[in-house]
Design a protein around this ligand. Structure first.
Ligand SMILES: Nc1ncnc2c1ncn2[C@@H]1O[C@H](COP(=O)(O)OP(=O)(O)OP(=O)(O)O)[C@@H](O)[C@H]1O
Ligand SMILES: [Mg+2]
Length: 294
C-alpha cells in the first residue's frame, strides 16, 4: 500500500568538528506531503542537499525510489526560495527546457531539425499541462521579467514537476513571498495533494511526493499530511540534529476554512519537542507517525 520512495538510513553529516546531522532514519511513502521544521541552522538544507545528491552524507545511505543516491538524478527535484528561471525564455519554454535538455541530444538539435521540432512540440504541450496545474496557463507567454514573484515561483515548481521526480524537495519555497501570494501557493499544494488522493482512490500511484522545509508552523501543518521536526535539542544533541518529531498533520481540502486555532495543540507540541533548547528528554514518544498508522 505505502510504497516507500525516500529512505534515509542512519544518515550523519558533519563539517570539520561541527556535527550537523546524526542518525537520521526516515521513510517517506509515495503521495505524502511532508513538512520539515526545525531551529535555524539545525541542518534542514544540509539534509535536503544530501537527498538531492549534490552533497552525499558522510555516514549512512539515502535511497530514492529504491536506488542509493550518490549524485543528482531525475528521481529527486528541488526548488529553492529564489527561483532560478531563464530570463530569455517564456514561462512555457522555461518549464519545457529541462525535458528538452534531458530528452534531446545536441546532435538531434543541430542535425535533425524535423525530429527536434516534433519533440519540442511534445515538450511544450506537456509544459502547458504543468503550467495549468500551478494555475498559470494564461501566463505561458510571459517572460520572467513580466511576472510577479509568486508567478515566477510557480513556474519554478512546474519546471521541477515536469521532470516527474519521485520526490520533490522544496526549501523554504514561499519564504520571499508576501502573505497573500504565499496563501495562493499553499492552496496550489493542497490541489496537488487532492490529485494524489484521487490517484489513490483510482488505485494508481499518487504522482506527487513532496518534502517541504518551512519555518512557518501554520504553513507546515496546513499544507502537509505529516510533520517532521529536525533538531539538535535532544539528549544526544552534541552529536548533531536528528528527527525528534514525526506525526500526522490534519489534511485540508482546497476549499476548507483555514482555522489556524485548531493547530494550537500541535504547534505547542512542536515548540516543545523541536524548538525548545531546554528539551533534553527522550523524544521517542513524538516520533510516532508509522506506529500511529498501525
Ligand atoms: N558548506 C558548509 N561548510 C561548513 N558548514 C556548513 C556548510 N553548510 C552548512 N554548514 C553548517 O551546517 C549547519 C546547518 O546548516 P543548514 O544550512 O543545513 O541549516 P538550516 O537548518 O537549513 O538553517 P536555516 O533554517 O537557517 O536555513 C550550520 O551550522 C551551518 O553553519
Ligand atoms: Mg536552510
Amino acid at each position: 500500500m505505502n510504497e516507500i520512495v525516500l529512505e534515509c538510513r542512519d544518515v550523519g553529516h558533519w563539517f570539520g568538528s561541527n556535527r550537523v546531522l546524526n542518525e537520521i532514519n526516515l521513510q517517506v511513502a509515495a503521495g505524502q506531503i511532508v513538512a520539515l521544521v526545525g531551529p535555524s541552522g539545525c541542518g534542514k538544507s544540509t539534509l535536503l542537499r544530501a537527498i538531492l545528491g549534490t552533497h552525499p552524507p558522510k555516514q549512512g545511505d539515502i535511497l530514492a525510489n529504491g536506488r542509493k543516491v550518490t549524485r543528482p538524478n531525475r528521481d529527486v527535484g528541488i526548488v529553492y526560495q529564489n527561483y532560478s528561471l531563464y530570463d530569455f525564455l517564456t514561462a512555457r519554454d522555461n518549464v519545457a527546457f529541462g525535458l528538452m535538455l534531458d530528452e534531446t541530444s545536441l546532435l538531434t538539435r543541430c542535425l535533425k531539425p524535423f525530429e527536434y521540432r516534433k519533440l519540442r512540440n511534445v515538450h511544450r504541450e506537456k509544459a502547458m499541462a504543468y503550467l495549468e496545474k500551478v494555475g498559470l496557463a494564461k501566463a505561458a507567454h510571459l517572460f520572467p521579467a513580466e511576472m510577479s514573484g509568486g508567478m515566477r515561483q510557480r513556474v519554478a515548481i512546474a519546471q521541477a514537476l515536469i521532470m516527474e521526480p519521485q520526490i520533490l524537495l522544496l526549501d523554504e519555497p514561499f519564504g520571499a513571498l508576501d502573505e497573500a501570494t504565499r496563501e495562493e501557493l499553499q492552496l496550489m499544494l493542497l490541489r496537488l495533494y487532492q490529485e494524489n488522493r484521487e490517484a489513490k482512490q483510482a488505485g494508481v500511484k499518487p504522482p506527487y511526493t513532496i518534502l517541504i522545509v518551512t519555518h512557518e508552523l501554520n504553513e507546515a501543518i496546513y499544507v502537509s499530511d505529516r510533520v517532521l521536526g529536525l533538531s539538535q535539542y535532544h539528549e544526544g544533541g552534541e552529536q548533531g540534529a536528528t528527527i525528534v518529531y514525526d506525526k500526522a498533520a490534519p489534511v485540508f481540502h482546497p476549499g476548507d476554512a483555514r482555522n489556524f486555532e485548531e493547530f494550537e495543540r500541535q504547534k505547542d507540541e512542536l515548540r516543545n519537542a523541536v524548538f525548545d533548547p531546554e528539551q533534553n528528554q527522550h523524544h521517542a514518544e513524538y516520533v510516532a507517525f508509522w506506529q500511529n498508522l498501525k
